[in-house]
Design a protein around this ligand. Structure first.
Ligand code: HEM
Length: 213
């Protein structure tokens, strides 16, 4: 991800740069409403279908600089919300769902929800690693995530420049975030008529490696 392609130069460095804004990934062509942290390299973006009735799926992109982990809370806060944690592992990315009732390294969460990597949006370049995936059955009615019909949502973000203890293991413990917060997203800006096309980019890895992309 190149920051210069994300924002008009006049906005870079201003606090306005912290509000989520539409960003099109040059490699995948997917447009996300994207939060980019102004300094630590963290980003999270989401794409949704135009018709949200009964929808349970979204496409997301998450990444950062260096070899540390980036996480997102689909429900805003850390506790009792569905979390996703990802980090780079060489040229690959490792990711898992997490959930916890206590502050501490969250254990892996299991359920009907699933992540499928979008290969053309998953890469490491000179400045960033980027993981793009279809999150299917991820919009839940149990308040652990945002709701299908919501027009706004608070997402939590968390970042640590330190790599997890076991980079190969999607269930690895992680050290506490060095930076974290919540950001309000206008979900109407995440909706696109191209969602179905983009969803078709998602394919399981040729070699089964858990959630490794
Ligand atoms: C050892 C691991 C972790 C510890 C000890 C920990 C601890 C905490 C604590 C104590 C807070 C409250 C704010 C503060 O005092 O800093 C917090 C907030 C938060 N944590 Fe974690 N956390 C860990 C891992 C994670 C992971 C893996 C995620 C992944 C998404 C995450 C996401 C968040 C979010 C979104 C917030 C809320 C930020 C806000 O409301 O402003 N945490 N965490």
């Amino acid at each position: 991800m190149k920051l210069t392609t994300l924002l008009p130069l006049s906005l870079v460095g201003l606090s306005a740069a912290q509000a989520p804004a539409p960003y099109t990934d040059a490699k995948s062509g997917v447009t996300f409403n994207t939060y980019i942290h102004p300094s630590n390299g963290y980003f999270f973006g989401i794409a949704l279908p135009q018709n949200t009735t009964g929808n349970t799926d979204f496409i997301a992109t998450i990444g950062g600089k260096g070899t540390g982990w980036s996480g997102v809370s689909l429900g805003g806060g850390m506790l009792n919300k569905l979390l996703i944690v990802a980090w780079p592992n060489g040229q690959n990315v490792v990711s898992s769902f997490r959930k916890t009732a206590n502050f501490g390294s969250p254990p892996v969460a299991t359920g009907a929800f699933n992540q499928t990597a979008i290969a053309n949006g998953t890469y490491t370049n000179a400045t960033h690693w980027t993981y793009t995936f279809l999150c299917s059955k991820c919009i839940l009615a149990d308040k652990t995530t945002f709701g299908a019909a919501d027009t706004t949502a608070n997402f939590g973000w968390a970042f640590n420049a330190q790599a997890p203890a076991q980079k190969n293991n999607a269930g690895s413990t992680v050290a506490k975030h060095s930076d974290q917060g919540q950001v309000a997203f206008d979900l109407t800006k995440a909706r696109s008529a191209n969602f179905t096309t983009w969803k078709g980019y998602a394919a399981p890895p040729k070699v089964a490696r858990g959630f490794e992309a």
